[in-house]
Design a protein around this ligand. Structure first.
Ligand code: NI
Length: 262
């Protein structure tokens, strides 16, 4: 073999070697891997976790104190959203007793409240004194809210708060839902004063309380900015009415009224 043939053999061997290595490399490195691609490309929406009742961070410890914040007469344009912001920020829950006039105006608040794990209660269609109505009218007041909430948010209220706390035995039997009253009345509708609402909510609060407020007033939302973290600092779990009774092993029976869970 002369020098020329040896050179040819070397060149051919080199080409074969380069080709073989290329094939091996391409089979080792999957073509889909792009090392330089960012893990989360810009403009990709980031999912914010939505808390649901099933999530363990919302489990209620029956051995720790708890209270139920309740908001009546909403939803309203501005205030309900502010209160839901606080509920989301602190990872708590509350119960909203909604009434018909406002329910259909702001369904987005109902959907969001449910997504955040809050409870929606029935505060009747027209906010009338139920004792002044006949049986048929009472049923209309009840059913309108239950069916409208179900249409909006896919859940049906199981609790009723009578307007003005007005009721009698006949109304409770006709309505055939548990009646939820309260043990702490902040009178936020009367004072419209943030400090007065904070004082009323925290002054005598204890385990099992149901606190009455209204998601209609800016002063109530401002008060909640302090009430919620203060209750958490004192060791209270802020839960829905149904969660509180369930955690304490207390039944909620139709036709019976409840002012607290203890
Ligand atoms: Ni009311």
């Amino acid at each position: 073999m002369n020098k020329r043939n040896i050179l040819k053999l070397c060149i051919v061997s080199l080409i074969v070697c380069i080709f073989t290595c290329g094939c091996m490399m391409s089979s080792v490195i999957p073509p889909s891997i792009e090392v330089d691609a960012p893990a989360f490309p810009a403009n990709t929406p980031v999912d914010i976790p939505i808390y649901t009742p099933d999530e363990p961070n919302f489990s209620v410890d029956p051995n720790k104190p708890m209270v139920a914040l309740t908001f009546d007469d909403g939803p309203s344009a501005q205030v309900t959203g502010k209160i839901l912001d606080l509920i989301e920020r602190y990872g708590i829950r509350a119960t909203f007793f909604v009434q018909g006039q406002n329910l259909t105006k702001y369904p987005q608040h109902i959907k969001r409240a449910v997504e955040l794990g809050c409870e929606i209660g029935n505060h009747t269609k027209d906010h009338k004194k139920l004792t002044a109505l006949n049986d048929e009218e009472i049923i209309v007041q009840r059913d309108y809210i239950n069916s409208t909430v179900r249409d909006i948010a896919g859940i049906t209220p199981t609790l009723l708060r009578p307007p003005y706390g007005n009721m009698n035995e006949h109304v409770r039997e006709t309505t055939a839902m548990p009646f939820i009253l309260w043990s702490i009345d902040t009178k936020d509708w009367e004072s419209r004063n943030k400090d007065a609402v904070i004082y009323a909510a925290l002054k005598d609060v204890q385990d099992g309380d149901i606190i009455l407020m209204h998601d209609l007033y800016t002063s109530t939302a401002e008060a909640c900015e302090e009430i919620i973290p203060e209750l958490i600092n004192r060791g209270y779990q802020l839960v829905t009415v149904s969660e509180m009774f369930a955690a304490k092993g207390m039944a909620l029976d139709s036709g019976v009224s409840y002012g607290h869970a203890r």
